[in-house]
Design a protein around this ligand. Structure first.
Ligand code: BDP
Length: 707
């Protein structure tokens, strides 16, 4: 298309939008997320569906209102939509098999009531009805028809929780989408309308819990004024089925209660927490409970008093138990003084505690054993603590995957971890552990470190919204698959036409692998710059604690590269099930994508491709960079199909990503060459600068870095 005809098309579209002939919006800023409810129809005439709600709770009202918002999706053939719970007389008379839906599942389908055909959204609870309403809207947004519609679904995981690493001063640790959404200062008085929109977005993907404050918690969150503020948020979220949780600082009895100790076995400490919990429940009757980061990265915890993590968790669990609350106790621990391989420490600490946790404790384990890297093998605790409910923690915010500006769809990362076979029992996957099916645990959960902030588009970029979306959908059902979820999201976020969905999903599906390729190929990890983790820093070797230094993780020398986690090294492989441990103990049977995570191997090692390891690394860096260029090409081709504002921001971010992918590749190669003294394979472009230049880059104000 020539520039002139392109402008003509643009002008026509603009005109059409202005006179209301089409719903193609030009000023889309991403605020509406995937809840846009626009149609592709060229006419805006539609009838408003008749909605009959057989219930008058705030949740029923939220469902009704949402369906009204989406009225345009129903087009002209509008059925009567009936919202009713299973105990409604008319619904009960239908004898539908609703018992298996539990208290959050739903069923959407056409039924005949008396002599009326209606579209029935039913469930055992009003929350289920709300989820069903969102499912119906999603079905229409993704191009589904109302003929023979039959949507039935029950969540496989009970707690589907966002973790906000939001500080009370509005700074979000590892946040790249602006300040915290919670305006603690004007709470509890002012209810920013965004709070309700946040709740709608979460309910639409099945998220049913939110931890409001950072795991690096301040005791202040547990004071009366802040409890009142949290209660105000809980009031807004309640109709949407979302419970509020708080991160608890373990030393709060000292800081707030004036006690001399926070020893979990001290009766006064236990009594303080009990009284504090009672106080919280007086304001928030459905308070979810506490999330705790203890004895990790300087946080206080039971180990300070020579008590175990179980002692600490159980004491808190006893405080919330009378109210139905739970404790999510994090396993992300590595001690300041412990020389053991960092990847082994959580297992070493927690595995012996299996069976010692109270029934309302769930141990929250990061997807991998280090820290949210672009790729990590699944955490060895999954499958290793059968008597303990384990929830998985993913990071939705991309601390180590290019912040908000890099396009990296995390669906494949979530799916890869959840689909990993633990080999503890035949066929057992991480998802089977997480959904509790292996041991029959009913307390199950998935946590995602939120990527949400005050940015107009909530997540810092349109494509980051997909990671929030995918987290919720895959927490509801870990077996959904990354590609189907991406398709839904693309259809809802842009339009349900293959011309848009196909290229967008094609961009997304390889995007995380591209980040792995240009940052941490073949099992490398934690080679990012210090503190903010922005950009490459594989050369860093001067930080106080060994495991803070990238050189600790890659161990590159003249002969080879990689962390030996076999018997000749840290023997971390032995933390996996024996059959898997055997496989990972041998470089020949270790998947190449995890090679350098488990093995120190020579630069000359022959890879499956026939290339040497060194040539393979160079090849991976180059493919990562090339993938970004290809995403840009695909995005350019969509220019006329996507509203100008969202298109332009993404295009700009792709250009940033291109530059930074190149920087990662060049800096990494310059450094590896300084270590291995090798030349680049023939035909490979040399780094743009010398190593000293890369080493000299400083970014003191990179976002998200706690000061
Ligand atoms: C790391 C982050 C740090 C968090 C920590 C955690 O760099 O900011 O506090 O994880 O999960 O990824 O506690």
């Amino acid at each position: 298309m020539t520039a002139l005809s392109r402008s003509i098309v643009r002008f026509a579209l603009l005109l059409a939008a202005i006179i209301g002939m089409t719903e193609t919006a030009y000023a889309e800023d991403g605020y509406d997320l995937w809840l846009r409810y626009r149609t592709q129809a060229t006419t805006s005439t539609h009838r408003v569906p008749t909605i009959e709600a057989r219930g008058d709770t705030a949740t029923f009202r939220a469902a009704t209102e949402e369906l009204r918002r989406g009225a345009a999706l129903f087009g002209t053939s509008t059925p009567t939509i009936l919202l009713a719970t299973a105990d409604d007389r008319a619904v009960a008379a239908l004898h539908l098999p609703l018992a298996t839906l539990g208290d959050e599942g739903y069923r959407v389908g056409r039924v005949t009531l008396g002599n009326r055909r209606v579209l029935l959204i039913t469930a055992n609870t009003d929350r289920g009805v709300l989820y069903g309403s969102f499912a119906l809207l999603r079905h229409l947004q993704t191009g589904g028809s109302l003929d023979r519609i039959d949507l039935t679904s029950t969540p496989r995981v009970k707690l589907r929780v966002l973790n906000h690493w939001d500080n009370l001063d509005g700074v979000v640790e590892r946040g790249y989408a602006g300040a915290s959404l919670w305006d603690w200062w004007t709470l509890p008085d002012f209810h920013d309308p965004r709070y309700a929109d946040y709740a709608r977005a979460n309910a639409s993907i099945g998220i049913n819990g939110t931890v409001l404050n950072n795991v690096n918690a301040k005791a202040d969150s547990l004071t009366a004024p802040y409890i009142a503020k949290a209660a105000a948020l809980a009031d807004v979220f309640r109709p949407y089925g979302i419970k509020v949780y708080l991160s608890a600082r373990f030393s709060a009895p000292i800081e707030l209660g004036g006690l001399k100790t926070a020893d979990p076995l001290d009766p006064q400490v236990a009594a303080w927490w009990k009284a504090k919990s009672d106080e919280i429940y007086r304001s928030i009757p459905d308070f979810g409970g506490f999330l705790v980061k203890a004895n990790s990265e300087g946080q206080p915890g039971p180990r300070d008093y020579h008590r175990s993590h179980a002692d600490g968790a159980n004491m808190l669990a006893a405080a919330v138990r009378p109210h139905g609350g739970i404790v999510m106790w994090r396993a992300f621990v590595y001690a300041e003084t412990d020389p053991e391989d960092r990847a082994k420490q959580a297992y070493t600490e927690f595995k012996p505690l299996d069976g010692q946790f109270a029934p309302n404790v769930i141990v929250q384990v990061k997807n991998g054993a280090i820290d949210f890297q672009p790729r990590e093998p699944f955490h060895p605790l999954f499958g290793a603590m059968p008597k303990t409910p384990l929830m998985i923690e993913f990071q939705i915010t991309k601390e180590y995957l290019g912040f908000a500006t890099h396009l990296a769809y995390l669906g494949p990362l979530f799916a890869e971890t959840l689909g990993s076979e633990t080999m503890q029992r035949p066929g057992e996957t991480v998802a089977d552990v997480v959904d509790g099916s292996v041991e029959g645990h009913t307390l199950t959960g998935m946590a995602g470190v939120a990527n949400i902030g005050r940015d107009r588009d909530w997540a810092g970029s349109t494509f980051n919204q997909a990671n929030w979306y995918a987290f919720g959908r895959m927490a509801w059902d870990p077996t959904l698959g990354a590609a189907p979820v991406a398709r839904e999201w693309a259809a809802m976020t842009f339009a349900p036409s293959p011309g848009i969905v196909d290229p967008v999903v094609a961009m997304m599906m390889g995007s995380r692998e591209a980040v792995v390729d240009y940052m941490t190929p073949l099992g490398l990890a934690h080679v990012m710059a210090t503190g903010h983790h922005y950009g490459p820093g594989p050369w860093i070797a001067d930080l106080k604690r060994p495991e803070w230094n990238p050189v600790y993780y890659h161990r590159a020398d003249k002969a080879g590269i990689g962390f030996d986690r076999t018997r000749t090294g840290s023997n971390a492989v032995a933390q996996y099930a024996p059959a898997l441990a055997r496989r990972l103990a041998d470089p020949a049977t270790t998947p190449e994508r995890a090679l350098l995570w488990f093995h120190h191997v020579p630069w000359d090692r022959r890879m499956a491709s026939g290339r040497s390891l060194w040539a393979e690394m160079v090849h991976d860096y180059d493919s990562g960079v090339a993938y970004v260029a290809d995403m840009s090409r695909k995005w350019d081709a969509l220019k006329l199909d996507i509203d100008a504002e969202r298109w332009a921001k993404t295009a700009t971010y792709l250009a940033v990503q291109q530059r930074e992918a190149q920087w990662w590749r060049d800096a990494s190669l310059a450094y590896w060459m300084s270590v291995n003294g090798r030349a680049l394979p023939a035909g490979t472009a040399p780094p743009a600068h010398d190593l000293a230049w890369y080493k000299a880059q400083r970014f003191p104000y990179a976002p998200g870095n706690p000061q």
